[in-house]
Design a protein around this ligand. Structure first.
Ligand code: 5GP
Ligand code: ZN
Length: 110
């Protein structure tokens, strides 16, 4: 996916503040944080949105979900946090590469 923003970030062509990376997954801080801690978890595989998720993606989706509490704790959100997956234009999605928002810790710094 040549001109997908999050594919470019996952290939390292656009810099990001990384939270976690392995062969299949990247997590990085949101450029416009909506909370004191706000990061995104993406599969490196280009999946447009939750509307494109298929049974073949089950293991990858499970991995994304199990990374949520691990990374949230590492980012200081052990008391709790919110997870949001905006899906489709009607669901507020702006970047069409599947991503989980994880945020918490109070209001973003001004
Ligand atoms: P969506 O509305 O698609 O769920 O959210 C996309 C998110 O990506 C937004 O919260 C936005 O701030 C974030 N974002 C957009 N462009 C960039 C970027 O270049 N770098 C990073 N780190 N985040 C971005
Ligand atoms: Zn992509």
């Amino acid at each position: 996916m040549d001109d997908c923003l999050f594919c470019k970030i996952s290939r390292g062509e656009i810099p990001s503040r990384k939270v976690y990376e392995d062969d299949e997954v990247l997590a990085f801080h949101d450029i416009r944080p909506a909370a004191r801690v706000h990061f995104l978890i993406i599969p490196k595989l280009h999946i447009e949105s939750m509307l494109s998720v298929e049974p073949a993606h089950a293991a990858l989706m499970g991995k994304l979900m199990t990374l949520v509490p691990q990374l949230a704790r590492e980012q200081g959100l052990g008391e709790g946090f919110k997870v949001n997956i905006n899906t489709g234009r009607a669901g507020g999605q702006e970047v069409f590469h599947l991503h989980l928002h994880v945020f918490g810790g109070g209001p973003a710094a001004a």
